[in-house]
Design a protein. Structure first.
Ligand code: ATP
Ligand code: MG
Lengths: 277, 266
C-alpha cells in the first residue's frame, strides 16, 4: 500500500526556475525509499512540498489515501504524522539546550510532561546523544547537532520519517548507527522512511526502492538493483554506481570476467567464491 | 561567551533551584551597591569566588580569564575618578601642574576609586556566580515561575540561540575571508568587514525564515512549549547561610561606615 503519493506536482520558486516538473512518486508503507539526484535536483524542495510548507502550483499530494489540505488544522494533523529532518541542523535546533529541543515536537503533539521526558530520553539513547542532553546547543559539533535533529523527529514517532541527507557530516560509525537505527524503527514500528542522500554506497544496503531525480523530474525508478543496472543514465545525471558495482562493471567489461552486477560486499563475496570454486 | 555556558552546563550546582541562586547572587549585589564599602565588597568577592570555583566547579584559570575582561574596563573607568583637579599641590598625594591647575591623585579620590573598583568587581563576581552555575534554561524556568510575560521568555530563548548561530556564522565567514587573504592591508580589511556585515544581515534574515519553517514542520502552534526540569530541593542550611551572609554584609557595612566615615573626610 502506498502511504504517500505525489501526482504530477509542479513547483516553481518565485525567484527561480522550475524546481519540480510534473513529478510523480510513490512511497510504499513500511519501506525505505531513497531519492538520488545531483545538487539542485529538487529533493529538499519536494520535501517542503510534502510537509505543506511550500504549496505546489499544480498537482496533488496524497497521504494515507487522503489529499493533503491547506487549512491550518489539516496541516498540523499532517505534520504530526510526517517528520522531517532538515538538511542543516542549525535550521532545526532552536532551543537553548538539547533536552528542550528534542522535547519540542512531542510537547506540540500535546503529550504529557512525563511521556515527553520518557520519549526524549529514549530518542537520545537511540541516536547516541544521551550524554549531551544538558549541553547548550552551541557547544556541539556538526555531527552531534545532526543527531540531535534526528532525535527531535524520532521522539514524535511519526508514521513517515523524511530525512534530508541524514548521513552528511556523520562519522563512519555514526552513519551505520543511524542507518541501522532507521532499519530497526522500520521493522519494529512499521515506520515508512524516505531519504535523500548523496551517499550511494548506502543505497543497496538499506533501501528498498529508489528514484533518480534531475532538474525536478523523475528520470528513473526501481529497486536499487534495477537502478544500478543503468550506469550510463546515472552518470549522465551527476551520480555514480556504488564502489562494488563499479568494480563488477570493470571486471566484466575490461577483464571479460563472468560476474553478476552485484552492489554489496556480501554479493561480491558470493561472486568471488563462485568464480574460484 | 561560549565557554561560560559550557561550564554552567557541567557545574555541580546546575541542578540547584535557579531561583535560589538568583537570590544568592542578587541580594548581596544590592547590598554591595548600597554600601560601596571595602569590607562588604571583599567579603562578597571571597564568598562568590568560593561558591563559583570551589562549589560550582569552574576551573581557576577560566574564572580568572573571564574576570580579566570586566576588570580591565572597570580599572579604566576608575581612572576618571582617581585623577582630580585641585587649586594647590598640598591636597594631592602626587600631581603635576598643567596651566593654572594641578592634576593628580588626592587621598579621597584614591579611596573613592578603590572603593568603586571593589564594588564593581563584587558585582561582577555575583553575576559570574550566576552565569557559571546556571544554564539558560534554569533562568527561563525561574522567569516562568514568577509569571514573566510568555512573549518575553520566548524572545529570550530564541535570541539566546541566535546569538550563537550568528556569531558562529560571522566567525566562519571571517575565517573564510581571512584564509583567502581578505584582511591583508587596511583597505582590504575595511572592504572585507563591510562585506561581512552586509552579508551577515541577509543570512540572518534567511536563517530566521528557515528556522520558522523547521518549527512549523514540528507542529509549531505559536507558543514554544517547554519541558519542566527537576531541580534539587534547597536545604534549610543553604537558606540560613544566605540570611547569615546578608546580615554579616550589612553589619560589616555599618561598622565600616562608622570607622572609615571619618577616614573619608580627613
Ligand atoms: N529559496 C529558494 N529560492 C529560489 N530558488 C531556490 C530556493 N531553494 C532552492 N532553489 C532552487 O531550486 C532548485 C532545487 O533546489 P533543492 O534545494 O530542492 O535541491 P536539492 O536536490 O535539495 O539539492 P542538494 O543536493 O544540494 O541539497 C535548485 O535549482 C535551487 O537553485
Ligand atoms: Mg537539499
Amino acid at each position: 500500500m502506498n502511504l504517500l503519493e505525489i501526482r504530477h506536482v509542479n513547483y516553481q520558486y518565485e525567484t527561480g526556475g522550475q524546481a519540480l516538473q510534473d513529478l510523480s512518486l510513490t512511497f510504499e508503507k513500511g519501506k525505505t525509499t531513497v531519492l538520488l539526484g545531483a545538487n539542485g535536483a529538487g529533493k529538499s524542495t519536494l520535501f517542503l512540498n510534502i510537509l505543506g510548507i511550500l504549496h505546489p502550483q499544480s498537482g496533488e499530494i496524497r497521504f494515507d489515501g487522503q489529499p493533503c489540505g491547506t487549512s491550518r488544522k489539516e496541516m498540523t494533523a499532517l505534520r504530526s504524522r510526517i517528520g522531517l529532518v532538515f538538511q542543516d541542523p542549525d535550521d532545526q535546533i532552536f532551543s537553548a539546550d538539547v533536552r528542550q529541543d528534542i522535547a519540542f515536537g512531542p510537547l506540540n503533539l500535546g503529550l504529557s510532561q512525563e511521556e515527553t521526558r520518557k520519549r526524549v530520553e529514549q530518542a537520545a539513547r537511540q541516536t547516541g546523544v544521551y550524554e549531551l542532553l544538558d549541553r547548550p546547543v552551541q557547544a556541539l559539533s556538526f555531527g552531534q547537532k545532526k543527531r540531535v535533529a534526528i532525535a527531535g523527529v524520532l521522539a514524535m514517532r511519526p508514521e513517515l520519517i523524511i530525512l534530508d541527507e541524514p548521513t552528511a557530516g556523520l562519522d563512519p560509525a555514526g552513519v551505520s548507527g543511524i542507518m541501522e537505527l532507521l532499519s530497526d524503527i522500520k521493522k519494529e514500528a512499521g515506520t515508512t522512511i524516505a531519504i535523500a542522500t548523496h551517499d550511494i554506497d548506502l543505497v543497496p544496503l538499506y533501501c528498498d526502492y529508489a528514484y533518480v531525480l534531475s532538474h525536478g523530474q523523475a528520470i528513473c525508478a526501481g529497486t536499487p538493483e534495477e537502478i544500478f543496472a543503468q550506469p550510463a543514465l546515472l552518470r549522465a545525471h551527476g551520480l555514480r554506481l556504488p564502489r562494488i558495482a563499479h568494480l563488477m562493471e570493470i571486471l566484466e567489461e575490461k577483464d571479460h570476467m563472468d560476474v553478476r552486477r552485484v552492489s554489496t560486499i556480501g554479493g561480491a563475496r558470493r561472486e568471488i567464491k563462485r568464480l574460484f570454486s | 561567551m561560549n565557554t561560560m555556558d559550557v561550564y554552567a552546563s557541567r557545574s555541580p550546582l546546575r541542578r540547584t533551584a535557579p531561583g535560589f541562586k538568583i537570590l544568592w547572587a542578587v541580594i548581596p549585589l544590592l547590598i554591595c551597591i548600597g554600601f560601596g564599602s571595602f569590607s562588604v565588597s571583599f567579603l562578597t568577592i571571597a564568598v562568590m569566588i568560593y561558591c563559583t570555583v570551589l562549589r560550582g566547579g569552574t576551573p581557576w584559570k577560566t574564572y580568572l580569564h573571564f574576570l580579566r575582561i570586566p576588570a580591565g574596563f572597570i580599572c579604566i573607568g576608575a581612572i576618571v575618578i582617581l585623577v582630580v583637579r585641585r587649586e594647590n599641590m598640598e591636597s594631592l598625594l602626587i600631581g603635576v601642574q598643567i596651566g593654572t591647575g594641578y592634576f593628580g591623585i588626592s587621598r579621597i579620590s584614591l579611596l573613592q576609586s578603590m572603593a568603586l573598583i571593589c564594588k564593581a568587581m563584587a558585582g561582577v563576581c555575583c553575576m559570574y556566580f550566576l552565569t557559571f552555575t546556571t544554564p539558560m534554561n534554569g533562568l527561563l524556568h525561574t522567569f516562568r515561575q514568577i509569571h514573566c510575560p510568555v512573549v518575553l521568555i520566548e524572545l529570550m530563548e530564541l535570541i539566546y540561540r541566535f546569538i550563537f548561530v550568528l556569531s558562529g556564522e560571522a566567525g566562519r565567514m571571517h575565517t573564510a575571508q581571512s584564509v583567502r587573504l581578505g584582511y591583508i592591508g587596511f583597505r582590504r580589511a575595511l572592504h572585507s568587514t563591510g562585506g561581512l556585515a552586509a552579508l551577515l544581515l541577509l543570512r540572518a534574515l534567511r536563517r530566521g525564515d528557515r528556522v520558522y519553517t523547521a518549527l512549523e514542520a514540528r507542529c509549531y502552534t505559536g507558543i514554544l512549549p517547554y519541558l519542566r526540569q527537576e531541580y534539587t530541593k534547597i536545604r534549610a542550611g543553604a537558606v540560613w547561610g544566605l540570611i547569615l551572609f546578608c546580615c554579616l554584609l550589612i553589619g560589616l557595612g555599618i561598622l565600616e561606615k562608622q570607622v572609615l566615615g571619618n577616614l573619608f573626610s580627613i
